[in-house]
Every structure is written in structure tokens, then in C-alpha cells.
Design a protein around this ligand. Structure first.
Ligand code: PGU
Length: 421
């Protein structure tokens, strides 16, 4: 008989030396969510996380909106709410209200019943379901995405069988839109190609087309018979107004053409972890919309079966109750305004220090992010020396700034620019 310690040793070494996953390589951290992982490991008292696009209060704390708390209290108190499975496409009233929120209740496509909406797992899940549908049911499996764009776009679409190409979007020289480059690239993109458009508050650049430019983009895309796929992750965060931020999407829906829209409630209702979003198809006829919906169910069912209920019930409550909706718009505007205030504070602080370079883009850019123009080396320097965390492309989440840490950031930028250029 073997001594028991020998058995234990053999087991331990077996565990160490052989695994069917022996060949699995260590994967890299996510370029955005990995910033939070690094931030959490840092014990410095002055550390600042400007990586992930998540709203923080003036006290630097995550915010649960008051309207969300009220909606949740009502849901918990309602004994008729249960934990049954939702339908494959989610909560019907949530879907209807979501389409109305982005398209406007009087949108002809809604009135004519040419839309179909499915509840998905936030913006990411909506894009993922849309990608797979395109891969399966659309004749052109190429999507054009802006350069640069939210990094996950590059990964989501190929998984749905849709290959990704880029169109020019940002001009580093002006720190603004490369409108001519964008138009040229869309013009030479094949007819029928899918075109991904950020509905507002472009991530990571904070640069949006003007209404006139949107009009030209719309005409070009329609004339080329391309298929617009809007990613709407920041409705209300750009201008502070839900309607104004939805204007580009509404103009495309208003021309009678077809399109897709992925909506997220992560930012505008602060429901990040609840994973609540919607995917809407605007179709040519009610009949097509019905068949599209039937095929969306076949995409969703083997993927995650059906979506979670809680977040969708919160959204449903806020969107369907006049008072809650009204109070939401006030809270949303409050978040957007606080971010704008931070833009001015940062700009003023850099100006006061005489930091070399032009910084007016900080106040000009829109939404949650500033694309600072700082390079990778400067970002690494700021993290190492000042414990400021941001993505390697020089993007900072303005929502992570407050009156206390904005000067620390200005100091770090000043040092990075003067010492690491
Ligand atoms: N689309 C865009 C343009 C986004 O910026 C984001 C989130 C999403 C979709 C997906 O958001 P959901 O949470 O799935 O609704 N971008 C943030 C959040 C972190 C991340 O990368 O997911 C960001 O910091 O870029």
C-alpha cells in the first residue's frame, strides 16, 4: 500500500504537469475593461480611473439614478411580478417603448408596423445578435466601421460571419471629423455593404458629424443602397436631450429606407450591469418585419435562450410613466452637464498652466470621452507617475473627473507633454 502522503504528492504533481488545457496561452487583458483591473490593483490614494466609460458623481462614486431606484421599489412591491422566463425576444412593452424612444413615437415605420424590436443583452448583445442575423440572412457580409471605433466592434462582427472594413473618420491633425475621407471611403465601399454609424457621441473620439454632414452621409448611403446599422450607446449623453441625440437615426428612418439600431441603456439609465438593450430592424413592409422577427428568435434561442427580466422592467417603468420619464430627462441632463463642466475645468487648468499644444478639442468634443491626442508612451507615463488610468489610445472618460481630481489630471498631462514628447 502506498503511503497517503505519496498519493497526495502524485495527485499534486499530476495536477501541475498535465492538463488537457496545457496548450492554452495566457490571453491579453481587454483594452478597456482591463484598465479597471489594473486600477483596482493600485493602492495609491490619488489614483483615478478614466478608462471605462461609466458615469461617476462629483464625489467619484457610481450613480444609481433616482428614477431607477423608484422603478425598482415599485417592481419589488408588485407581487404580480414573477421570475418566469421572458419570451425569446424579451418583454413586449419594453421592446415597443425602446423603438419609440429612439425613432420617435410618430415615426412612420412604427405607425406602419414596419419595425421589429428584440430585447438583448445591452448594446453589445444587440450588436452581436444583429451581426449574426446579417451573417445568416443578408447578401452582403461586409461591414464598414469608423476608424477608430469602439474596439469591440472589430470582434463582434466577425463572430457573426461579417467581415470588418474601415472607413476614415477621425483626422488627428484637426482632432475633428475627416468628413471628406469618410465620404470617399463610403463612396468606394460596395453597394449593399453594411455601414456602422455611431448614433451620437462617437466613441472614442467624441467627434460627431454636423446635421448638414449627416444629411450628406444619409444621401450617399441611400444612393449606394448600403445598409445603415446604428450603434446608439449614448442617447441623451451628447446634448443632454434624448430627442436631439436621436436626430440622425430618425432622419434615416424618416426616408423610408431599411436599417438596424442597437440600443444600450447602460449609460443613459446607468444600468450597466443589468445588461439591458434592444435591437430594432426598420423594414420595408410589416410582412418582412414579421419574418425578420421569426428569424431573430432562431438566432437568440441557441445563444442565450431569452433575456433577463429585471433591467427591462426598470426601463419599461421609466419609459411608460410620465413622471418618471420627465424626472429621468432631468437626471440625464444633469449627468451630461456635469461632464461638460469637467471639459471646461480641464481646459482651463491646462490653459492656466500654459501646457504646450492646442487643447480646445477638450471642450469641443461631445459625450463621455475626450480623445486627448496623448500617445501611448505618455499614457504609460501618466499611469506610472500619476496613477491615472486610461486606455492606451489616449482616450479619457470625462465622467470619471470631478473638481478634486481634475487638477491632478491637468498636472499629469502637463508633465507628460513637457517631459515625454
Ligand atoms: N457601443 C459603444 C459605442 C460603446 O461605447 C459601448 C460601451 C457599447 C456599445 C456597449 O455597451 P453595453 O454595456 O454593452 O451596453 N463602451 C464603454 C463601456 C465599456 C466597454 O468597452 O464595454 C467604453 O468604455 O467604451
Amino acid at each position: 500500500m502506498m503511503a497517503s502522503h505519496q498519493v497526495t504528492m502524485e495527485k499534486t504533481s499530476a495536477r501541475k504537469e498535465s492538463s488537457v488545457w496545457q496548450g492554452v496561452e495566457q490571453g491579453p487583458e481587454d483594452p478597456i475593461l482591463g484598465v479597471t483591473v489594473a486600477f483596482n490593483k493600485d493602492n495609491h490614494p490619488d489614483k483615478v480611473n478614466l478608462g471605462v466609460g461609466a458615469y461617476r458623481t462629483e464625489e467619484g462614486k457610481p450613480l444609481v439614478l433616482d428614477v431607477v431606484r423608484r422603478a425598482e421599489a415599485a417592481i419589488v412591491a408588485d407581487r404580480s411580478v414573477n421570475k418566469e422566463y421572458l419570451p425569446i425576444i424579451g418583454l413586449a412593452s419594453f421592446c415597443k417603448l425602446s423603438a419609440q424612444l429612439i425613432l420617435g413615437a410618430d415615426c412612420p415605420a412604427i405607425v406602419e408596423k414596419r419595425t421589429t424590436t428584440v430585447q438583448c443583452l445591452s448594446g453589445t448583445g444587440s450588436l452581436r445578435v444583429g451581426a449574426e442575423f446579417i451573417g445568416k440572412h443578408y447578401h452582403q457580409t461586409i461591414i464598414y466601421i469608423p476608424d477608430p471605433t469602439w474596439g469591440n466592434h472589430n470582434k463582434i462582427f466577425p463572430l457573426g460571419g461579417v467581415s470588418v472594413r474601415k472607413y476614415r473618420y477621425y483626422d488627428p491633425a484637426t482632432r475633428g471629423l475627416d468628413f471628406q475621407g469618410m465620404m470617399e471611403d463610403l463612396h468606394s465601399a460596395p453597394s449593399g455593404a453594411v455601414v456602422l454609424l455611431h448614433a451620437c457621441a462617437h466613441n472614442p473620439t467624441g467627434v460627431d458629424p454636423t446635421p448638414e454632414q449627416w444629411e450628406q452621409i444619409r444621401r450617399l448611403i441611400r444612393s449606394k443602397k448600403q445598409l445603415p446599422f446604428f450603434d446608439s450607446a449614448y442617447q441623451g449623453f451628447a446634448s443632454g436631450s434624448l430627442d436631439r441625440d436621436a436626430a440622425p437615426v430618425r432622419s434615416f428612418a424618416g426616408d423610408g429606407g431599411e436599417m438596424l439600431i442597437a440600443q444600450s441603456y447602460a449609460k443613459n439609465l446607468g444600468l450597466y450591469g443589468e445588461r439591458v438593450g434592444a435591437l430594432t430592424f426598420v423594414c420595408g413592409s410589416p410582412d418582412v418585419a414579421k419574418r425578420v422577427e421569426s428569424q431573430l428568435k432562431l438566432v437568440i434561442r441557441p445563444m442565450y435562450s431569452n433575456p433577463p427580466g429585471h433591467g427591462a422592467r426598470i426601463v419599461e417603468a421609466v419609459l411608460s410613466d410620465k413622471q418618471l420619464f420627465q424626472d429621468w430627462t432631468v437626471e440625464l441632463k444633469g449627468m451630461a452637464d456635469r461632464i461638460i463642466t469637467m471639459r471646461h475645468k480641464l481646459f482651463d487648468a491646462l490653459k492656466q498652466k500654459g501646457t504646450p499644444g492646442r487643447w480646445s478639442h477638450i471642450v469641443k468634443q461631445i459625450g463621455m470621452f475626450t480623445f486627448t491626442g496623448l500617445n501611448k508612451d505618455q499614457v504609460v507615463f501618466m499611469t506610472k507617475e500619476y496613477h491615472i488610468y486610461m486606455t492606451a489610445d489616449g482616450r479619457i472618460s470625462m465622467a470619471g473627473l470631478n473638481s478634486k481630481n481634475v487638477h491632478h489630471l491637468a498636472e499629469a498631462i502637463h508633465a507628460a507633454v513637457t517631459r515625454r514628447s
